[in-house]
Design a protein around this ligand. Structure first.
Ligand code: ADQ
Length: 492
């Protein structure tokens, strides 16, 4: 990625559209001679927001991924102004690894592992949220629209509301919002809810997440609200009208805050375009030309159910339902949060399982599980999507899951099958997938085998299912998501 330096002080008047997220959309690498290089960073948020900012020529405020001091603002070759927020090593440990990923992440993902409640982490979370908000005020024009992203920055809307009442503030949560009875565990629950209520519009992936928040906001922050369950006065126009504000709640300062579901999606046209250029036959050939190629693609996170997926596959090989001579599972796992104990443990268990399964069922030169622990380029990744007969997406809990949508986008010819956890947000829209319960190994095995058999015995039925889902992701892309949210924010 080519970047050019931009002045620290914003151009006269500042920026009219600002996105603020924990991470900038690039990874910065510093070589020993001090030269910096930039590569686009992986992850759902970046995948979703980059096209939106490119189209709006906006400013992205975020952490550049290194704790080695200040960095000047810079502009990407696609025209996005990147405004770095400096974090110290302690900020990184206590705000990011600690409060964000060892407190909020497990709490919001239904306590798959126990959250840690640590007052020092909380204090750093508050301070770092303040730092992000201050940086936003330095780049935002009078009356600008600011779109705050995700669980790391839930206090930013409230702080911005105090510092800059002229701003229009939207907030979108990319992960699930938990039921009130879980959220109430959080010792700082009231501050978080009040922080979010600094927004004009709060967006979630699913109506269920929005409902959870509304219940909480009433009970924790005492905010009265009107939950109509029906679209009300904030209707938006045209194509975006499928997403409407479903409820209003009154913030403690008397403002009306819109709360609604805006299911995120992918840049479908660009995925289809890239998928058309890949050589899927070559990938299958390099995997030994299996009759059945199964694929898993995830950040290596304990919420994604990778180990359980491997166990289901192992049991199917063991029982003979899948033939080890004709079946291959390719698991691509992006390294993630590697210093956290639960992540290290998950990785060790996944890698142990890969070794065990190959030890039991592989032949010389013919592994039954291929495992890559790294990030791939889009071309390579989408090549795997196109090549795979079956995509296994088995999270215990996932806000949306873009991987499932990317796979479907790559199968516009109706080929392939998606086995999808009913606990992924995307299951609501991709309801022609083979839905499974990842907590129940038999359910994963059953749905996988139904998919295998349908592809072989009644391919037309499998094709209908895939084509129905493909239309869904063509009609509901990331552009619709962003425009729906921003239209709702504008007309608030
Ligand atoms: P994630 O938990 O990161 O996102 P997901 O939605 O599946 O999960 O997005 C992952 C993205 O990273 C996809 O675009 C995928 O292509 C990319 N990716 C994954 N593995 C890769 C690899 N090895 N190499 C290259 N790219 C890879 C969070 C929430 C989700 C929510 C998104 C967006 O946890 O629930 O869907 O944000 O809101």
């Amino acid at each position: 990625m080519t970047v050019t330096a931009a002045p620290r002080t914003p151009a006269e008047g500042g920026n009219d559209f600002v996105v603020v997220a924990n991470r900038l959309p690039v990874d910065v690498t510093v070589t020993p001679d001090g030269t910096r290089s930039f590569t686009p960073s992986p992850g759902g948020l970046v995948t979703a927001l980059s096209p939106v900012l490119e189209r709006n020529a906006g400013c992205w405020v975020g952490w550049p991924g290194t704790v080695d001091g200040g960095m000047e603002p810079f502009r990407t070759d696609s025209g996005i102004l990147l405004h770095p927020v400096a974090l110290t090593a302690t900020d990184y440990e206590e705000f990011y690894e600690g409060f964000s990923n060892a407190t909020l992440w497990p709490l919001y993902h239904d306590l798959i592992v126990p959250p840690t409640y640590d007052r020092t982490w909380w204090e750093t979370y508050r301070e770092v949220n303040y730092t992000f908000a201050r940086e936003v005020t330095s780049v935002a024009a009078e009356g600008a629209t600011v779109w705050v992203q995700d669980y790391q920055l839930q206090l930013v809307p409230g702080i911005l509301r105090q510092l800059r009442p002229d701003l229009t503030i939207g907030f979108f949560l990319h992960i699930p919002f938990p039921p009130a009875e879980l959220f109430r565990q959080l010792p700082w629950r009231e501050e978080i809810v009040r922080g979010l209520l600094g927004s004009d519009v709060i967006g979630f992936h699913l109506p269920q997440n929005a409902d959870n928040f509304l219940t909480l906001a009433r009970s924790v922050a005492g905010a009265p609200g009107s939950h109509t369950g029906q679209p009300d006065s904030l209707n938006v126009e045209g194509r975006a009208s499928v997403r409407e504000i479903s409820a209003h709640i009154t913030a403690p300062d008397g403002r009306r805050v819109g709360v609604a579901a805006f299911p995120i999606s992918i840049d479908t046209a660009s995925v289809i375009d890239t998928a058309a250029q890949v050589d899927a036959a070559d990938i299958r050939h390099r995997l030994g030309d299996p009759e059945t190629m199964i694929l898993g693609v995830d950040r290596l996170d304990y919420t994604k159910g990778i180990l359980q997926r491997l166990s289901a596959y192992e049991e199917l090989l063991e029982s003979g339902a899948l033939d080890p001579h004709d079946s291959v599972l390719l698991q691509i796992a992006t390294p993630s949060r590697e210093r956290l104990e639960h992540y290290r443990r998950t990785r060790a268990r996944v890698e142990e399982a890969v070794g065990r399964i190959n030890g039991r069922f592989a032949e010389v030169g013919r592994p039954v599980v291929h495992y890559l622990h790294r990030s791939l380029g889009k071309q390579q990744l989408f090549g795997c999507y196109v090549a795979a007969d079956i995509m296994l997406v088995t999270p215990f809990k996932d806000g949306m899951n873009l991987v499932a949508k990317e796979y479907v986008a790559c199968h516009g010819d109706g080929s392939g099958a998606l086995v999808l956890s009913e606990f992924a947000g995307s299951a609501t829209e991709l309801n022609r997938a083979f839905l499974c319960n990842p907590h129940d190994g038999d359910s994963v095995k059953r749905q996988l085998m139904i998919a295998v058999n349908m592809l072989r015995d009644t391919p037309d039925e499998a094709r209908d299912r895939m084509l129905a889902m493909h239309s869904q992701v063509v009609e509901h892309d990331v552009d619709l998501w962003a425009r729906s949210f921003l239209d709702a924010l504008r007309s608030h």
